[in-house]
Design a protein. Structure first.
Length: 599
């Protein structure tokens, strides 16, 4: 056996043919093992992943083994090349030659000084694990194996059959009920695309819907990454040629409401990336499209299995009648690294054994990430200053919040190149993909997505002349609005008062003067509804104060909150001339003490 190591996969037809022939000879062929999959990963992630591909040739110079690996940036560890994209990863080789191939691969890794090897999502039923254990010991690696995922599957042979002996898709009765209910609003139909020409124009709407759905449930989709979106496009382009791609859509009238990006390979349908429009969630569109994909597969006698892929989502249990486990295998040259890996896994397993410990651990992780991010942004010295200020605030603090009103005699103006648009989930999804590397802004979008369907609150985005959203802000009725800065509410000056809040400029757009025109435009929108716009700011935030005053908002009054340990006092200054500066009042100000609306 002759082994060749490649640091770049050539797009060669002969290599593709021999590579895929090896896939066909494996006991359970997977689309993730194919040459096309590896090429798509290289095209999309070539600058992030360093291919480290082992090819084995026999005495006839025919390809008899492939190990698709990738090097880390420091060339000290390797992992499967498709580890972050494929549901299953393995060595491609005939069972009789695999022990020798695995041994040569690990020997070469040792020779090159690779201290850590990670084999993610190795199928538990693969014979490769035994070969890895044996070769690891011979090459000075310590092996640790743990469970990674249990992939739910639908085995068509185990499904119930109808009176005529025909296999019945699980959930078929329920899908008929949901489709019928949805059909009262708009006729329902399904569509399947396989060619690149048909799939290419669909991908943007699919990825946008995926990002929007994740934002609504409080998460960030991996599709915000341009690299991930490029991978989906390159994969679709590569797999559409041999017709392994399957992009399904569910329509309500002319509007797509559910999508599934998956594959049909050999005898298996792969459920890979689904999503749906949350506005029709009550009709279970995701459930409907999955049932339809199963029903379509049952019409093809060559199909025997639907693989639901990684993840333990609850809906999969409604369909699954089989499963396949994957493993996470790590090899360490260092005994310390090996035992640290094992102890970390045992600790995590112990934490997850109880809901309260898992919740507490998640809180600790969240706090740690926040502190680490702040340390990176501010530096050690400023971080210490921030920590000291936080500690002093626990002892005592003075917080002042200033309220501004757009007077009826003041008419805000701003550049005609700027425009204001209402915020919806699609807009937030598009913006999230634009600001994929801005973690603070992504967190803001998650927060904003929770408000999208609230009737009393409305969000707006400021767009520049290039059509990019560059500033975001929200409005809500002043009455009953809770201010975190004061840990209280403030009585509304008048029943028609509207408060502008949670204004945000992405980090890359700051310093360009977008805050003031955004306030001016949203104030004009509020006044068109015969309501009075207000905005507030912490007095200590000088940049915010300057932007507000530049936008045409004169100062009306301030609310000051003093706190010393457990003692608190709230007072209001300015506004009505009858109100004396520093006079102690409740933050729920009485009608007599409210400032009069501007004329």
């Amino acid at each position: 056996m002759r082994v060749v190591v490649l640091e770049h996969i050539p797009e060669d037809d002969d290599l593709r043919r021999q590579w895929n022939a090896l896939v066909d000879r494996t006991p359970r062929p997977q689309v993730f093992y194919t040459f096309e999959w590896a090429i798509a990963v290289q095209r999309a992630y070539g600058e992030l992943l360093k291919p480290f591909i082992f090819l084995a040739y026999d005495e006839r110079d025919s390809l008899c083994g492939v190990a698709g690996l990738a090097l880390n940036a420091k060339n000290t560890s390797v992992s499967f090349f498709a580890a972050t994209t494929g549901d299953y990863c393995d060595f491609l080789c005939s069972p009789d030659q695999r022990p020798a191939f695995v041994a040569q691969v690990l020997h070469e890794l040792k020779r090159r000084g690779i201290n850590k090897v990670v084999f993610t999502n190795l199928p538990a039923d693969s014979g490769t694990l035994a070969d890895i254990r044996r070769a690891a010991g011979h090459n000075g690696y310590l092996c640790f194996v743990r469970s990674a995922y249990v992939c739910a599957q639908v085995s068509f042979d185990r499904l119930e059959r109808g009176k005529e002996g025909k296999v019945v898709a699980p959930g078929l009765k329920r899908i008929r009920r949901f489709v019928k209910a949805m059909g009262t609003e708009a006729p329902v139909r399904f569509d399947h695309s396989r060619s690149w020409d048909a799939v290419e124009p669909i991908l943007p709407e699919f990825t946008r819907a995926h990002v929007a759905r994740f934002l609504e449930i409080g998460r960030i989709s991996n599709f915000v990454s341009a690299d991930r979106r490029k991978f989906l496009a390159e994969l679709a382009r590569a797999l559409s040629g041999p017709e392994w791609l399957l992009l399904s859509r569910m329509f309500a009238g002319d509007r797509a409401v559910a999508w599934h990006y998956g594959f049909q390979f050999r005898d298996t349908v792969f459920w890979y990336q689904p999503t749906f429009d949350s506005s029709v969630e009550k009709h279970w569109p995701g459930f409907c499209i999955l049932t339809h994909v199963i029903q379509e597969a049952l019409e093809n006698p060559a199909m025997t299995t639907l693989d639901l892929g990684l993840g333990s989502e609850a809906y999969k249990a409604k369909f699954a009648n089989a499963s396949r486990e994957t493993l996470y295998v790590t090899l360490h040259r260092s005994a310390f690294g090996h035992w640290a890996e094992a102890l970390r896994y045992r600790a995590v397993a112990g934490v997850r054994a109880y809901p309260w410990t898992e919740k507490a651990a998640e809180w600790v992780r969240t706090q740690f990430r926040a502190i680490h991010g702040r340390l990176v942004r501010k530096g050690p010295r400023r971080m210490l200053g921030w920590a000291a200020a936080r500690f002093l605030r626990t002892l005592g603090s003075r917080d002042e919040v200033v309220f501004y009103e757009l007077s009826g005699s003041r008419h805000p103006t701003c550049s005609s190149e700027l425009s204001l648009k209402p915020v919806d989930l699609d807009l937030l999804a598009t913006a999230a993909m634009q600001y994929e590397h801005d973690e603070e802004t992504l967190t803001y979008f998650v927060r904003s997505a929770k408000r999208v369907r609230e009737k009393e609150r409305a969000g707006f985005a400021l767009f520049n002349r290039d059509g990019q959203p560059v500033h975001f802000l929200w409005t809500a009725p002043f009455a009953g609005f809770y201010l975190a800065e004061l840990n209280d509410t403030v009585a509304a000056p008048s029943p028609d008062s509207v408060l502008v809040f949670d204004c945000w400029t992405p980090v890359s757009q700051r310093g360009r003067g977008y805050y003031a025109p955004a306030l001016a435009l949203v104030a004009a929108t509020i006044r068109e509804q015969s309501r009075q716009p207000w905005v507030f700011s912490a007095a200590s935030n000088q940049s915010s104060v300057r932007g507000i005053e530049k936008g045409g908002f004169p100062r009306r009054f301030s609310v000051i909150r003093l706190k010393i340990l457990w003692w608190r006092r709230t007072s209001r200054t300015g506004g009505d001339s009858a109100m004396e500066s520093g006079k102690e009042v409740s933050s729920q100000t009485s009608a007599e003490s409210r400032p009069k609306p501007a004329a």
